[in-house]
Write a protein that binds this ligand. Sequence first.
Ligand SMILES: Nc1nc2c(ncn2[C@@H]2O[C@H](COP(=O)(O)OP(=O)(O)OP(=O)(O)O)[C@@H](O)[C@H]2O)c(=O)[nH]1
Ligand SMILES: [Mg+2]
Length: 223
Amino acid sequence: MKIEVLRNVFEKNDQAAEQNRSRFDRLGVSCINLLGGAGSGKTSLLESLIPRLSSWMRVGVLEGDLATTSDAERIGALGVPVVQLLTDGGCHLNATLVQHGMESLLQSELDLLIIENVGNPICPANFDLGEHLRISVLSVCEGDDKPQKYPLLFKHVGGVLISKCDLLPHVEFDVDQAEADIRTLNPSAKLLRTSARSGAGIADAASWIRSVVERQPDAVPSS
Ligand SMILES: Nc1nc2c(ncn2[C@@H]2O[C@H](COP(=O)(O)OP(=O)(O)OP(=O)(O)O)[C@@H](O)[C@H]2O)c(=O)[nH]1
Ligand SMILES: [Mg+2]
């Protein structure tokens, strides 16, 4: 009985995700789903990346959290359109919530919609939101064993941003080992070492995201 309910949840989510993806394709909007543990540095990376990305393309953001609008306020301060999605305790975003949240953002004729998922290394990886690209964030504070312990966070993503690298002198985190473990799970993932604090790797990450967005096909003309 329980298994059946779970399957229905995934099926319903997958249908909504496909609708979202078709809508993005019709409008020529690329969509990124940004995943990572609580406090891994997702919003800080967006604060560093968005000013660069915004000079190339029109960016909007959906912020996913259990509570508060603080992340949306941080992104809004950058001058890009943002909507806060609150899950009221839910541990991940789902495609239906994204469908409602993106409605007003898509009025802004975006090129790129970035969804910051709820901070959680487990559940968000199970839910397709209709994105074209998934990016995971792993901070050096979390431990270099995390790729092995949370494989889903790394397996089906286009790239992994290793964050807070300015803290490497102060923590025990073997970046080479973490990267090798990610490579084992996902040989084609783009791996970038970054720090929102020092700015290291931010230009490379922004250029990579730009190149992925530019490879997306243009809007599909409506017949
Ligand atoms: N030293 C250092 N601290 C950072 C860096 N990036 C983020 N932080 C700090 O890490 C904490 C969490 O950063 P956020 O960007 O809010 O993390 P988040 O992943 O968006 O958090 P949630 O949305 O709550 O999951 C804050 O105290 C940041 O100042 C970094 O590159 N270096
Ligand atoms: Mg955040």
